[in-house]
Unconditional design. Sequence first.
Length: 704
Amino acid sequence: MRKQTLPLDGRWELRRADESTVHEARVPGSVYAALIADGTLPDPYWRENEQQAFELMRHDWVFSRDFDDTPDGSRALLCCDGLDTLAEIRLNGVEAARADNMHIAWCWDVTELLRPGKNSIEITFRSPVNAALAAAKEKPAWCSSDAVPGYPRIRKAACMYGWDWGPRLPDAGIWRSIRLEKCGPARLTGVRIAQEHRPDGSVRLRVTPEIEGTEHGGWIARVTDPDGRQLPETLGPDTPEVILREPQLWWPAGYGGQPLYTVSVSLLDPDGTEADSLTRRIGLRTVELCREKDEWGESFCHRVNGLRVFAMGADYIPEDNILSRVTPQRTRQLLEDARLANFNLIRVWGGGYYPDDFFFDICDELGLMVWQDFMYACAFYDLTPDFEASIRLETEQNVRRLRHHACLVLLCGNNEIESFAADALRAAAHGDQRAFSPRRPSHFSDYIKLFEDIIPKIVRQEAPEIPWWPSSPSSGGSYDEPNSENRGDAHYWAVWHGEKPITEYRQHFFRYVSEYGFQSFPLLPTVSAFTEPEDRNIFSRVMERHQRNGAANGKILTYLAATYRYPQRFSSLLYASQLLQADAMRCGAEHWRSHRGRCMGVVIWQLNDCWPVASWSSIDYFGRWKALHYAAKRFFAPLMLAAEEAGEHTQKPRINELREAPLERSVIFTVCNETTAAAECLIRWRLCVPDGSCKYTSTVWGLE
């Protein structure tokens, strides 16, 4: 029999578990989304409303609805693509299942629980706040101080518990689609599509469906090329391969086109009729993580179709703290804006969630390479048997879901955990107990088991063609200098967190910068969306509430004082902070691009915001480009001119310090070419003073 689907999305009822008041809810959706929609909860992003919304999540919440069903002798599966997070599911008053991991798609056989006609489903979500706090009390462990303690014990987007750019709004609900599937004894659960790029330029495709159950009549698959022509070959168990003699290759943005092939797979019943089907779009390409010894140490570079690609992009965080607001249209606009600014890579940061399929579809189409972190960040995790079983399933599911995407160029274990652990080990060797040190020796061994054994083994088994990297930053694992300049990837925060001058970027020659950042305020229209006029002072309670990085509003002023004169109006201060951010990030990007070969990646922190806030983003919560994004369009341009100037601001940034050596006043021009063709360049430049008058002009010819 052919699989049939009964959608359970749409209208549900919601109530607090200890109250009788019923609210209408939409699914996919959440507690916050429902309460905001019916006016019960004021906008949690407005002024200081966040705290009121946070308190609501100290309670349990119940989603419920009725549906009609007609049993027909087939299996009935309850499929939940996303439950956030600690859920108990009851069908017709009987407990059917429990869930405890937001990152898993759950599927349970509920055939015996259904009845003819009217049925009821009820899903109770336990308080994510109470669960985290109880876990922290039971078994303390270091984690980000910006978040609710205990979050590492709950497999939920960590940043929903708070971060240094995000609110503490740990929502709950049915955040992805839910449905009943009626099927026979066998169904398709996935498909593996292997590519072999052969020396003669052809590509061999091998299709291997993943089938649950054995009672079926085999399978067939067809391939359609990017021009919409279906290949004549029909694949099946006896002929699972096809050779593409004139393949159209997929390339990252700026290096070629993004043609996509379609592979359609059908599972057959014993009588030859179609029982189930699925479709995948693929791009033909090879991808490697190039790590080769050289004069500076060891390279770290994405190599696509044999070509070394300089990565230019940004770190991506969840687009909203209320996940039902993240739509394909909104995500497309954000990613198209990234492409407009000449990005070719997006790093999905490890403290959020694995993005929806449409995110990767859009990246495939735009040529945006994706560096995908697994969802672990800034914490130490206890490897209990239950936790291990959960994360094994999470890893397997998400690798299988994402592996066919052409854009996927790297799978990375976590964000910053190895570097924190290495720092703690070094500190302990000198008798220094750091605040972020693990609480138990097992945290060191559990880290190695998780990120250098369990997860990479699953990656190698399920997607051997996708390069693996244990952590970011890392030099390759085992706590071996994870933030080294000479190998691996680096997170550089001495500018900003360390309050080093902006030009300090030029003192470092990293192989690949996967995080560096500088904050700014959003523009006045965005600030107006969460403030009253009396709040519009950067040190007001409300402005500080929408600044989660410690005393960072004052830090912006400190850097501003070293660079500009003080603005006279609040709106001018907001804009000046953005110009400062753009200047700082340009200084780093142009420097590292000027050393192509030694450095092969510049990824700015961060692309976007999850609420209206002062942050490191280049595009704010409402999609408004900051000055940084306009600057990125220039410093990520395929053909880019960098000017490294030297003078008082680089050699004597504090004007009152004593300096006896004469100042060197110079400029070095570098043409950076990420096109695949040589470029003949004419550089016209001039030296101007603050009043705009020109003191010197010159012309330089160059060949790049």
